[in-house]
Write a protein that binds this ligand. Structure first.
Ligand code: ATP
Length: 244
């Protein structure tokens, strides 16, 4: 279980991006974080992923624990060792490398046989990546690049996966495919913390939803309650679910 307790994060100049945020992300489930632009969603992922120093931001108070152990002071490489993987907004794949080489880079540290098995597993999960294994990643469509980014992040069977806006800029069909993939990853035992603008998609694959506004948690409930209850979704999601 990933737990965030009473977390306050500030950027240079003192702007508070998160104010006393608390949430629990149960093992093997998708928890989705929703909220308007500037609500603090990305800052939350940066805090969990150890990326705040890159933005000269800092945790002012609170804690983040993974299975009871504090992880909020750890650098990204130490978090990777603990089994935390992240797919950031913008995907960050190597566009000049082939799809296969992108995966091989992601699997650095695995033994040869283990790596071959991991790449094969990824190709099984994303058949399009096998078809395009020798194509430069820069030639893939946006959705295919997202699959590559997710495939690379899950190559080493992480315990926790952080996903920032995986459906951004994708066609509805591709969004749906990504949703299925994320649900499958969680079903395989991975704890997924998902930030999404597309609330309907995110809620449909999530057990739990957390809504942020101005850096605070304003709602935390089972995802289906937000999906099914028009009043709740109107209150917390600005008059309805985003169906982009
Ligand atoms: P969006 O959906 O637009 O990405 P968000 O919910 O992810 O928004 P954050 O990006 O976490 O929100 O931003 C939360 C607050 O922190 C905002 O007030 C934003 O202006 C501020 N912020 C984010 N990044 C920085 C930064 N690098 N430097 C200073 N302030 C920042």
């Amino acid at each position: 279980m990933l737990e965030v307790q009473d977390l306050t994060v500030t950027y240079p100049g003192g702007a508070e991006a998160l104010r006393g945020v608390g949430l629990s992300v149960p093992t093997g489930e998708v928890t989705t974080v929703l909220g308007a632009n500037g609500a603090g969603k990305t800052s939350l992922l940066r805090a969990v992923g150890g990326l705040l120093p890159q933005y000269r931001a800092a945790i002012r108070s609170g804690s983040i624990t993974l299975d009871g152990k504090p992880i909020h002071a750890l650098p990204p490489w130490a978090l990777v060792r603990l089994g935390l993987a992240q797919v950031l907004e913008g995907r960050h794949i190597f566009t000049d490398l082939s799809v296969r080489d992108n995966l091989l880079v992601g699997g650095q540290g695995l033994g040869r046989a283990e790596l071959a098995e991991a790449v094969e597993r990824t190709f099984e999960q994303f058949p399009v990546l096998r078809e395009k294994a020798d194509t430069s990643a820069g030639y893939l469509s946006g959705g295919e690049q997202q699959m590559l980014a997710i495939g690379r992040a899950t190559l080493k069977k992480p315990r926790v996966l952080l996903l920032d806006e995986p459906s951004l800029g994708l066609s509805p069909l591709m969004m749906e495919r990504i949703g299925v993939v994320v649900a499958e990853i969680a079903a395989s035992g991975v704890t997924v913390l998902l930030v999404e603008q597309n609330a309907r998609l995110a809620l449909s694959i999530s057990r739990q939803a957390v809504v942020l506004a101005n850096g605070r948690v304003v709602a935390a409930c089972p995802a289906h309650e937000l999906l099914d209850d028009d009043k709740l979704s109107a209150a917390y999601l600005g008059g309805g679910l985003v169906a982009t």
